[in-house]
Design a protein around this ligand. Structure first.
Ligand code: NAD
Length: 325
């Protein structure tokens, strides 16, 4: 029976599925990621691994886990994995698309509302006993209805996020490597270049994967193109935004505010961010709903079962690996 390592405790539905097939499942017992040494040791005798985005899956990983045939990443992003190396070695890599679209898109909206209406600072104001009665100028924020929304990366999550704007009667602009005709028809969204999106949007939300092309896609130049009244939301990956430049933009008023779920060097972040009132910071919880995490857990297990039962894993990332068979 295949031996599976699960590098961090997850919602048990997927684990139960693997156990119901009689697979031998080992779960990291700690409430923390495995150290590199622990991970490399534990994968030695495993056939499959369910990894987290903090686990680096690279040449060293594959060298240590000589029997590993499939890595099911518990995330839709797979910037923690050296895909080329995996494909070269004939190792299957899967991810968890779609099941987390609503959760992540909803979190992007949560951040957008929180920044626009100063929800977090207002809450802190209440808790610290500063509320002395209704005040006509207290915590004035920005209205969302009727404004222009800019979506960077009109993929699965970007589209889900953009669709949710319908009730707010917004003009929707998007920038992507490819046209998304469904988004253009259904939302309807307008395809524009990045500079136009930055200049014309009131709210900008980033939904691209982290790649060599998207690293620092938003840096000083891009932040300076944005409206002074604009809000930037990032629920994609931290390094897509130059965090030092963002701090400068927030401090010097190049933009109105930002909502962040991800950071350049997690769990670290630019210390000055925590001093700024116009930023809302969350600890990478984009997919953290019971529904999404259950879906991710099941999908990881299904991919592994597909593989060991001789089917193509349903959300295989490196399809080129099939040519290696
Ligand atoms: P997707 O592949 O469906 O969509 C990504 C879109 O970005 C695609 O349309 C693609 O064409 C576009 N894109 C890629 N490179 C680009 C570039 N250089 N310039 C412009 N557009 C580019 O992916 P998805 O399922 O929507 O997920 C998007 C990302 O969100 C993931 O890769 C992941 O990093 C992140 N994510 C974060 C969380 C979280 O917890 N905060 C949760 C889920 C996903």
């Amino acid at each position: 029976m295949p031996k599976i390592l699960v590098t961090r405790r997850v919602i048990e539905d997927g684990i139960n599925l693997l156990l119901s097939k009689g697979y031998d499942v080992e779960i990291n017992p700690h409430n923390r990621p495995l150290t590199r040494e622990e991970l490399l040791e534990k994968i030695k005798d495993k056939d499959a691994v369910i990894t987290q985005l903090v686990d680096r899956v690279d040449k060293e990983f594959f060298e240590a886990g000589k029997n590993v045939k499939i890595v099911a990443n518990y995330a839709v992003g797979y910037d923690n994995i050296d895909l080329e190396e995996a494909t070269k070695r004939g190792i299957y890599i899967t991810n968890t698309p779609n099941v987390l679209n609503n959760a992540t898109a909803e979190l992007a909206w949560t951040l957008l509302f929180s920044v626009a209406r100063k929800v977090i600072v207002a809450d802190r104001f209440m808790r610290t006993g500063q509320y002395k009665g209704w005040d006509p100028l207290l915590f004035l924020g920005k209205e969302i209805t009727g404004k222009t929304l800019g979506v960077i990366g009109m993929g699965r999550i970007g589209f889900t996020f953009a669709k949710m704007s319908k009730g707010f009667n917004m003009r929707v602009l998007y920038y992507d490597l490819y046209r998304n005709e469904t988004a253009e028809k259904e939302i309807p969204a307008e395809f524009v270049d990045l500079d136009t999106l930055l200049k014309e949007s009131d709210f900008i939300s980033i939904h691209v994967p982290l790649t060599s092309q998207t690293r620092h896609l938003i840096s000083e130049k891009e932040l300076k193109l944005m409206k002074k009244s604009a809000i930037l939301i990032n629920t994609s990956r931290g390094p897509v935004v130059d965090e030092k430049a963002l701090v400068k933009a927030l401090k010097e008023g190049w933009i109105y505010g930002a909502g962040l779920d991800v950071y350049e060097r997690e769990p670290e972040f630019e210390p000055e961010l925590s001093q700024l009132e116009n930023v809302v910071m969350l600890p990478h919880i984009g997919s953290a709903t019971e529904e999404a995490r259950r879906g991710m857990s099941i999908l990881c297990a299904e991919n592994i079962i597909d593989f060991f039962e001789g089917r193509i894993p349903r959300t295989l990332v490196n399809k080129e690996v099939l040519n290696k068979r």
